[in-house]
Design a protein around this ligand. Structure first.
Ligand code: GLU
Length: 321
Protein backbone atom coordinates (compact mmCIF):
# COMPACT_ATOMS: atom_id res chain seq x y z
CA UNK A 1 0.00 0.00 0.00
CA UNK A 2 2.99 2.28 0.50
CA UNK A 3 3.95 1.68 -3.13
CA UNK A 4 0.42 2.41 -4.18
CA UNK A 5 0.44 5.69 -2.28
CA UNK A 6 3.75 6.60 -3.92
CA UNK A 7 2.29 5.92 -7.36
CA UNK A 8 -0.81 7.90 -6.57
CA UNK A 9 1.34 10.75 -5.35
CA UNK A 10 3.37 10.68 -8.57
CA UNK A 11 0.24 10.49 -10.68
CA UNK A 12 -1.23 13.32 -8.71
CA UNK A 13 1.84 15.45 -9.23
CA UNK A 14 1.88 14.93 -12.99
CA UNK A 15 -1.77 14.81 -13.90
CA UNK A 16 -3.66 16.65 -11.24
CA UNK A 17 -1.49 19.65 -10.45
CA UNK A 18 -3.09 21.70 -13.21
CA UNK A 19 -6.59 20.71 -12.18
CA UNK A 20 -6.49 21.35 -8.48
CA UNK A 21 -6.73 25.09 -8.82
CA UNK A 22 -9.65 25.03 -11.23
CA UNK A 23 -11.83 22.16 -10.02
CA UNK A 24 -13.61 21.97 -6.70
CA UNK A 25 -12.48 19.12 -4.48
CA UNK A 26 -14.67 16.07 -4.89
CA UNK A 27 -15.37 13.37 -2.40
CA UNK A 28 -15.45 10.55 -4.96
CA UNK A 29 -13.48 7.34 -4.74
CA UNK A 30 -10.18 7.27 -6.69
CA UNK A 31 -9.78 4.87 -9.59
CA UNK A 32 -6.42 4.45 -11.30
CA UNK A 33 -6.32 2.93 -14.81
CA UNK A 34 -2.94 1.99 -16.35
CA UNK A 35 -2.32 2.04 -20.11
CA UNK A 36 0.88 1.95 -22.15
CA UNK A 37 3.19 4.44 -23.83
CA UNK A 38 1.78 7.94 -24.38
CA UNK A 39 2.04 7.34 -28.16
CA UNK A 40 0.07 4.08 -28.07
CA UNK A 41 -3.66 3.38 -27.84
CA UNK A 42 -3.82 1.86 -24.32
CA UNK A 43 -3.22 5.28 -22.85
CA UNK A 44 -6.22 6.50 -24.89
CA UNK A 45 -8.30 3.65 -23.44
CA UNK A 46 -7.31 4.68 -19.91
CA UNK A 47 -8.01 8.37 -20.57
CA UNK A 48 -11.35 7.96 -22.32
CA UNK A 49 -12.78 5.32 -19.97
CA UNK A 50 -11.89 7.68 -17.12
CA UNK A 51 -13.46 10.61 -18.98
CA UNK A 52 -16.78 8.75 -19.17
CA UNK A 53 -16.71 7.83 -15.51
CA UNK A 54 -15.77 11.34 -14.39
CA UNK A 55 -18.35 12.94 -16.69
CA UNK A 56 -21.32 10.75 -15.83
CA UNK A 57 -20.51 9.49 -12.34
CA UNK A 58 -18.15 12.19 -11.10
CA UNK A 59 -19.88 12.59 -7.75
CA UNK A 60 -18.88 9.05 -6.87
CA UNK A 61 -15.57 8.52 -8.68
CA UNK A 62 -12.34 10.37 -9.54
CA UNK A 63 -10.81 8.32 -12.31
CA UNK A 64 -7.23 8.92 -13.48
CA UNK A 65 -5.79 7.28 -16.61
CA UNK A 66 -2.03 7.16 -16.70
CA UNK A 67 0.71 5.84 -19.01
CA UNK A 68 2.24 2.55 -17.86
CA UNK A 69 4.61 -0.11 -19.18
CA UNK A 70 2.04 -2.26 -21.00
CA UNK A 71 0.31 -5.65 -20.78
CA UNK A 72 2.54 -7.74 -18.52
CA UNK A 73 3.22 -4.82 -16.17
CA UNK A 74 -0.50 -3.97 -15.99
CA UNK A 75 -1.54 -7.55 -15.20
CA UNK A 76 1.01 -7.73 -12.39
CA UNK A 77 0.10 -4.23 -11.17
CA UNK A 78 -3.64 -4.96 -10.83
CA UNK A 79 -2.83 -8.20 -9.01
CA UNK A 80 -0.67 -6.25 -6.56
CA UNK A 81 -3.19 -3.45 -6.10
CA UNK A 82 -0.92 -0.80 -7.68
CA UNK A 83 -3.57 -0.16 -10.34
CA UNK A 84 -7.31 -0.68 -10.05
CA UNK A 85 -7.71 -1.45 -13.73
CA UNK A 86 -5.23 -2.09 -16.55
CA UNK A 87 -5.17 -2.77 -20.28
CA UNK A 88 -3.57 -5.99 -21.53
CA UNK A 89 -3.36 -7.99 -24.75
CA UNK A 90 -5.71 -10.99 -25.05
CA UNK A 91 -2.73 -13.36 -25.46
CA UNK A 92 -1.17 -12.09 -22.22
CA UNK A 93 -4.59 -12.28 -20.49
CA UNK A 94 -4.77 -15.95 -21.57
CA UNK A 95 -1.19 -16.70 -20.49
CA UNK A 96 -1.67 -14.99 -17.12
CA UNK A 97 -4.90 -16.89 -16.45
CA UNK A 98 -3.26 -20.22 -17.42
CA UNK A 99 0.26 -19.75 -16.02
CA UNK A 100 2.05 -19.70 -19.38
CA UNK A 101 4.65 -17.53 -21.15
CA UNK A 102 5.95 -14.83 -18.81
CA UNK A 103 3.57 -16.24 -16.17
CA UNK A 104 4.92 -19.81 -16.58
CA UNK A 105 4.05 -21.86 -13.51
CA UNK A 106 2.46 -18.82 -11.84
CA UNK A 107 -1.17 -18.51 -12.93
CA UNK A 108 -2.59 -15.14 -11.86
CA UNK A 109 -5.64 -16.63 -10.15
CA UNK A 110 -6.96 -13.27 -8.98
CA UNK A 111 -7.01 -11.71 -12.47
CA UNK A 112 -10.50 -10.70 -13.66
CA UNK A 113 -11.70 -9.47 -17.06
CA UNK A 114 -14.03 -6.54 -17.70
CA UNK A 115 -14.36 -6.32 -21.50
CA UNK A 116 -12.37 -6.32 -24.74
CA UNK A 117 -11.47 -3.17 -26.63
CA UNK A 118 -9.88 -2.65 -30.09
CA UNK A 119 -7.92 -5.13 -32.23
CA UNK A 120 -4.12 -4.76 -32.08
CA UNK A 121 -1.78 -5.79 -34.88
CA UNK A 122 1.71 -7.20 -34.39
CA UNK A 123 3.70 -4.63 -36.37
CA UNK A 124 7.29 -4.74 -37.59
CA UNK A 125 8.11 -1.17 -38.57
CA UNK A 126 11.31 -0.15 -40.36
CA UNK A 127 12.74 2.70 -42.47
CA UNK A 128 12.50 2.10 -46.22
CA UNK A 129 16.29 2.56 -46.46
CA UNK A 130 17.15 -0.05 -43.79
CA UNK A 131 17.15 -3.01 -46.17
CA UNK A 132 14.50 -5.00 -44.32
CA UNK A 133 11.67 -6.43 -46.39
CA UNK A 134 11.06 -9.67 -44.50
CA UNK A 135 11.52 -10.94 -40.95
CA UNK A 136 14.60 -12.90 -42.12
CA UNK A 137 16.30 -9.60 -43.06
CA UNK A 138 16.42 -8.63 -39.36
CA UNK A 139 19.59 -10.71 -38.88
CA UNK A 140 22.49 -8.43 -37.96
CA UNK A 141 20.19 -5.41 -37.42
CA UNK A 142 19.43 -3.24 -34.39
CA UNK A 143 15.84 -4.12 -33.47
CA UNK A 144 13.65 -2.84 -30.64
CA UNK A 145 11.70 -5.81 -29.28
CA UNK A 146 9.79 -3.77 -26.66
CA UNK A 147 10.41 -2.77 -23.06
CA UNK A 148 10.20 -5.41 -20.34
CA UNK A 149 6.57 -5.44 -19.18
CA UNK A 150 5.19 -4.67 -22.65
CA UNK A 151 2.97 -7.07 -24.55
CA UNK A 152 4.89 -6.69 -27.81
CA UNK A 153 8.06 -8.12 -26.32
CA UNK A 154 6.53 -11.59 -26.19
CA UNK A 155 5.18 -11.23 -29.74
CA UNK A 156 8.60 -10.11 -31.03
CA UNK A 157 10.25 -13.09 -29.38
CA UNK A 158 7.68 -15.47 -30.90
CA UNK A 159 8.13 -14.03 -34.40
CA UNK A 160 11.92 -14.16 -34.19
CA UNK A 161 11.93 -17.72 -32.82
CA UNK A 162 9.49 -18.94 -35.49
CA UNK A 163 11.91 -17.58 -38.13
CA UNK A 164 14.96 -19.22 -36.56
CA UNK A 165 16.38 -15.90 -35.33
CA UNK A 166 18.03 -15.90 -31.89
CA UNK A 167 17.22 -12.58 -30.18
CA UNK A 168 20.46 -12.75 -28.20
CA UNK A 169 22.98 -13.60 -30.92
CA UNK A 170 21.45 -12.89 -34.34
CA UNK A 171 20.21 -9.32 -33.74
CA UNK A 172 21.14 -6.39 -31.55
CA UNK A 173 17.92 -6.43 -29.47
CA UNK A 174 16.88 -3.22 -27.69
CA UNK A 175 14.27 -2.82 -24.94
CA UNK A 176 13.21 0.79 -25.37
CA UNK A 177 9.79 2.09 -24.41
CA UNK A 178 7.76 2.87 -27.50
CA UNK A 179 7.98 6.65 -27.56
CA UNK A 180 11.79 6.32 -27.48
CA UNK A 181 11.78 3.54 -30.08
CA UNK A 182 9.84 5.67 -32.58
CA UNK A 183 12.34 8.49 -32.17
CA UNK A 184 15.30 6.10 -32.38
CA UNK A 185 14.04 4.77 -35.73
CA UNK A 186 13.87 8.30 -37.16
CA UNK A 187 17.30 9.11 -35.68
CA UNK A 188 18.74 5.93 -37.30
CA UNK A 189 19.75 4.51 -33.93
CA UNK A 190 17.68 1.39 -34.57
CA UNK A 191 16.73 -0.30 -37.87
CA UNK A 192 13.28 -1.59 -36.89
CA UNK A 193 10.87 -2.00 -34.01
CA UNK A 194 8.16 -4.47 -33.07
CA UNK A 195 4.99 -2.94 -31.67
CA UNK A 196 1.65 -4.61 -30.98
CA UNK A 197 -0.90 -1.81 -31.16
CA UNK A 198 -4.27 -0.58 -32.42
CA UNK A 199 -4.31 1.45 -35.62
CA UNK A 200 -3.71 4.23 -36.23
CA UNK A 201 -1.20 4.77 -33.40
CA UNK A 202 0.66 8.05 -32.92
CA UNK A 203 3.82 5.96 -32.39
CA UNK A 204 3.77 5.24 -36.15
CA UNK A 205 1.84 8.25 -37.50
CA UNK A 206 4.38 10.72 -36.12
CA UNK A 207 7.58 9.15 -37.53
CA UNK A 208 5.74 8.37 -40.81
CA UNK A 209 5.31 12.10 -41.34
CA UNK A 210 9.04 12.80 -41.21
CA UNK A 211 10.65 9.57 -42.48
CA UNK A 212 9.92 6.99 -45.21
CA UNK A 213 8.60 4.06 -43.19
CA UNK A 214 7.62 0.54 -44.20
CA UNK A 215 5.64 -2.10 -42.34
CA UNK A 216 7.03 -5.59 -42.96
CA UNK A 217 4.55 -8.47 -43.45
CA UNK A 218 4.49 -11.17 -40.75
CA UNK A 219 2.70 -13.93 -42.66
CA UNK A 220 5.04 -16.88 -43.22
CA UNK A 221 3.75 -20.46 -43.09
CA UNK A 222 5.25 -20.80 -39.58
CA UNK A 223 3.28 -17.75 -38.42
CA UNK A 224 0.03 -19.00 -39.98
CA UNK A 225 0.41 -22.34 -38.22
CA UNK A 226 1.15 -20.63 -34.92
CA UNK A 227 -1.90 -18.36 -35.31
CA UNK A 228 -4.18 -21.23 -36.31
CA UNK A 229 -3.26 -23.17 -33.17
CA UNK A 230 -4.23 -20.32 -30.81
CA UNK A 231 -7.76 -18.98 -30.29
CA UNK A 232 -6.60 -15.46 -29.37
CA UNK A 233 -4.68 -14.84 -32.62
CA UNK A 234 -6.08 -14.06 -36.05
CA UNK A 235 -4.46 -13.17 -39.39
CA UNK A 236 -5.39 -9.69 -40.61
CA UNK A 237 -4.38 -6.98 -43.09
CA UNK A 238 -3.47 -3.41 -42.23
CA UNK A 239 -5.30 -1.46 -44.93
CA UNK A 240 -3.29 0.57 -47.46
CA UNK A 241 -3.12 4.22 -46.43
CA UNK A 242 -3.40 3.60 -42.68
CA UNK A 243 -0.04 5.37 -42.38
CA UNK A 244 1.68 7.88 -44.68
CA UNK A 245 3.88 6.00 -47.15
CA UNK A 246 2.33 2.58 -46.47
CA UNK A 247 0.53 2.35 -49.81
CA UNK A 248 -0.26 -1.36 -49.91
CA UNK A 249 -2.10 -3.56 -47.45
CA UNK A 250 0.27 -5.43 -45.12
CA UNK A 251 -0.57 -8.88 -43.79
CA UNK A 252 0.22 -9.75 -40.19
CA UNK A 253 -1.56 -11.18 -37.15
CA UNK A 254 -3.60 -9.56 -34.43
CA UNK A 255 -4.73 -9.79 -30.82
CA UNK A 256 -7.36 -7.81 -28.92
CA UNK A 257 -6.82 -5.29 -26.15
CA UNK A 258 -8.62 -6.40 -22.98
CA UNK A 259 -9.40 -4.47 -19.81
CA UNK A 260 -8.58 -6.29 -16.57
CA UNK A 261 -8.75 -5.89 -12.82
CA UNK A 262 -8.24 -7.95 -9.68
CA UNK A 263 -10.78 -10.06 -7.81
CA UNK A 264 -10.17 -7.66 -4.89
CA UNK A 265 -11.54 -4.59 -6.70
CA UNK A 266 -15.00 -3.73 -5.38
CA UNK A 267 -18.06 -4.87 -7.28
CA UNK A 268 -19.58 -1.38 -7.04
CA UNK A 269 -16.57 0.29 -8.66
CA UNK A 270 -16.36 -2.20 -11.52
CA UNK A 271 -20.13 -2.09 -12.07
CA UNK A 272 -19.98 1.72 -12.29
CA UNK A 273 -17.06 1.63 -14.72
CA UNK A 274 -18.59 -1.00 -16.99
CA UNK A 275 -21.95 0.76 -16.94
CA UNK A 276 -20.27 4.06 -17.82
CA UNK A 277 -18.59 2.45 -20.82
CA UNK A 278 -21.61 0.60 -22.23
CA UNK A 279 -24.20 3.32 -21.60
CA UNK A 280 -21.98 5.78 -23.48
CA UNK A 281 -20.41 3.46 -26.03
CA UNK A 282 -21.10 5.89 -28.90
CA UNK A 283 -19.02 8.50 -27.15
CA UNK A 284 -16.18 6.01 -26.60
CA UNK A 285 -16.36 4.88 -30.26
CA UNK A 286 -15.90 8.47 -31.34
CA UNK A 287 -12.93 9.11 -29.05
CA UNK A 288 -10.28 7.34 -31.19
CA UNK A 289 -10.27 5.79 -34.68
CA UNK A 290 -9.21 2.41 -33.23
CA UNK A 291 -12.42 2.38 -31.14
CA UNK A 292 -14.85 2.77 -34.08
CA UNK A 293 -15.31 -1.00 -34.39
CA UNK A 294 -16.40 -1.52 -30.79
CA UNK A 295 -19.73 -3.28 -30.17
CA UNK A 296 -21.15 -5.07 -27.13
CA UNK A 297 -20.84 -8.37 -29.03
CA UNK A 298 -17.13 -7.94 -29.80
CA UNK A 299 -16.38 -6.53 -26.35
CA UNK A 300 -17.63 -9.63 -24.57
CA UNK A 301 -15.40 -11.95 -26.60
CA UNK A 302 -11.77 -13.01 -26.19
CA UNK A 303 -11.67 -12.77 -22.39
CA UNK A 304 -9.69 -15.60 -20.76
CA UNK A 305 -9.57 -14.50 -17.11
CA UNK A 306 -13.06 -14.88 -15.54
CA UNK A 307 -15.39 -11.88 -15.63
CA UNK A 308 -15.34 -9.70 -12.52
CA UNK A 309 -18.66 -10.02 -10.63
CA UNK A 310 -19.30 -6.26 -10.95
CA UNK A 311 -19.08 -6.56 -14.75
CA UNK A 312 -21.13 -9.75 -14.81
CA UNK A 313 -23.90 -8.04 -12.84
CA UNK A 314 -24.21 -5.36 -15.54
CA UNK A 315 -24.07 -7.87 -18.42
CA UNK A 316 -26.81 -9.93 -16.78
CA UNK A 317 -28.99 -6.85 -16.37
CA UNK A 318 -28.61 -6.19 -20.09
CA UNK A 319 -29.37 -9.84 -20.86
CA UNK A 320 -25.96 -10.33 -22.47
CA UNK A 321 -24.97 -13.20 -20.15
N1 GLU B 1 0.10 -3.83 -26.79
C1 GLU B 1 1.06 -3.04 -26.08
C2 GLU B 1 1.42 -3.71 -24.77
O1 GLU B 1 0.79 -4.62 -24.36
C3 GLU B 1 0.58 -1.62 -25.79
C4 GLU B 1 0.00 -0.91 -26.97
C5 GLU B 1 -0.58 0.43 -26.63
O2 GLU B 1 -0.11 1.10 -25.73
O3 GLU B 1 -1.57 0.80 -27.30
O4 GLU B 1 2.34 -3.33 -24.11
Amino acid sequence: MIARRAILAAVGAVFLSGLVATQPARAGQDILIGGGSVTGVYYQVALHVCNLLNKYDGDNYNCVGRPALGSVFNIRAVERGLLDVGVAQSDRNYEAANGMGEFEGKPQGGLRSLFSMHPETVLLVTRKDAGISSVADLKGKVVNIGNPGSGQRGNAEDVLRLHGIDSETDIDAQGLQQQEASRALVDRKIDAFFYTVGNPAAAIEEPANSTDLAIVPINSAAIRDYVNERPYYVMTTIPAGTYTGVDQGVETYAVTATVVTSENTSDEMIYALVKGVFEHLDELRGAHKAFRVLSPESMLQGLSAPLHPGALKYYRERGWK
